[in-house]
Design a binder for this molecule. Structure first.
Ligand SMILES: NC(=O)c1ccc[n+]([C@@H]2O[C@H](COP(=O)([O-])OP(=O)(O)OC[C@H]3O[C@@H](n4cnc5c(N)ncnc54)[C@H](OP(=O)(O)O)[C@@H]3O)[C@@H](O)[C@H]2O)c1
Length: 361
């Protein structure tokens, strides 16, 4: 289903200038529900001041590092969009160099972005040793990092563990990004206006952090959708913590839900998995349990929210927020546990203890 909001974002993101005027589209303005205070308070509508936003100039000259950039992924589409707007450098991070090379070849073959500077970084988020190696490489770069987009992820995979023995979805989606981001933080904090975007999901509705059983008892209690939900809640809480701890050092952090888009993410899922997802939503009392089918977005619509999180100056006052459909999420789309500062601090401490690292700021 293409909603008006989606249609408008589609129109906007495919505009080569990435310019837009929110106030021209009444329906989109009505869709702009911005939490009065980010953490769990009532929402209200706001009118963004009339005038043109120009995200192209926000991209120009920036160094952008992104994880999860295989062909067909959200990360790859985001990169191909950003490449058209004269960034200084795009660093593409993934565990498979040949996939990165294919993405770079597509960008440089595009007449809109032939000259873009790119650099490849090997990063396996399921191995702490490899993450440390990758971070060392980043710290040796001459450039600052202006924007980090943590887009890599796995979804509802069969039970598995990372090289360090953590349940895979929590370990790669959260702990991997948590470690990498914190290790390269000195490179972000030397940028004049650094941003970190955590790509999460409305699937955060499927589970809070399972404080007593985040590892699913070595697989005995494993349920793949709850595990995905926990990892996506963790992505949101990470943005809350980064905003809390580093907002005073100019860092802006957001989590974004792109919408449901056909990528490689669900390629191993069977029909039964979708039935199980529906059953879990029903059990949890989520509205998604009553909905027939999925609302599918196009990839450009979905990555529009990445672009807003990474570059839109108008969200600067909403540090730590969760975004969807290209704007701040209304409260009824947010599970309070996923934006609760106490949960965020608890997750930070748990992550530090699992990594045996003191990452205090
Ligand atoms: N697509 C959707 O409908 C949707 C909806 C909500 C949220 N999201 C979120 O969007 C993000 C991107 O998903 P996508 O749709 O672009 O999926 P995708 O096409 O499967 O891309 C995922 C990317 O993550 C990489 N990755 C997976 N495990 C990794 C690891 N251990 N180390 C390094 N990289 C790893 C993959 O690399 P390989 O190619 O090597 O596997 C791939 O580049 C995810 O965080 C997902 O939760 C997606």
């Amino acid at each position: 289903m293409v909603t008006w909001t989606n249609y408008f974002i589609h129109f906007w993101i495919t505009d080569p200038q990435i310019t837009f005027d929110l106030c021209r589209n009444e329906r989109l303005v009505l869709g702009l529900l911005i939490p009065e205070q980010i953490r769990g308070k009532r929402s209200r509508e706001i009118m963004i001041q009339k005038g043109r936003g120009d995200l192209s100039s926000e991209i120009e000259g920036k160094v952008v590092l992104i994880t999860g950039v295989s062909p067909g992924s959200l990360g790859a589409f985001f990169v191909s969009t950003v490449a058209k707007h004269s960034p200084k450098l795009i660093i593409l991070a993934s565990r498979d160099f040949s996939k990165l090379q294919a993405v770079v070849a597509a960008i440089t073959a595009d007449p809109a972005s032939p000259q873009v500077a790119t650099r490849l970084l090997k990063l396996d988020l399921a191995s702490q040793a490899q993450i440390r190696q990758a971070a060392k490489e980043v710290l040796a770069y001459a450039e600052n990092i202006d924007v980090l987009v943590n887009s890599a992820g796995v979804m509802a995979t069969p039970y598995g563990t990372t090289a360090d023995g953590l349940e895979m979805q929590f370990g790669a989606n959260h702990i991997g990004h948590f470690l990498f981001t914190n290790l390269i933080m000195p490179k972000l904090l030397t940028s004049p206006a650094p941003r970190v975007v955590s790509v999460t999901s409305d699937g955060h509705r499927l589970s809070p952090i399972r404080w007593d059983d985040y590892g699913f008892q070595g697989g005995k209690t494993y349920e793949k959708w709850r595990a995905y939900g926990q990892s996506k809640t963790a992505n949101m809480l990470f943005a809350v913590s980064l905003a809390e701890k580093l907002g005073e050092k100019r860092l802006r952090a957001y989590s974004v839900h792109p919408g449901v888009i056909f990528t490689n993410l669900g390629q191993l899922l069977a029909e039964e998995d979708f039935k199980n997802l529906r059953d879990l939503d029903k059990e949890l009392g989520n509205k998604e349990g009553e909905r027939e089918g999925l609302v599918i977005k196009q990839i450009d619509e979905g990555t529009a929210t990445h672009v807003v999180g990474a570059f839109d100056p108008r969200i600067a006052d909403y540090n730590g927020a969760y975004l969807l459909d290209g704007h701040l999420a209304p409260d009824d789309e947010i599970k309070p546990y996923a934006v609760d500062p106490k949960e965020a601090e608890g997750l930070w401490k748990l992550s530090e203890s699992l990594l045996e690292e003191d990452l205090a700021y």
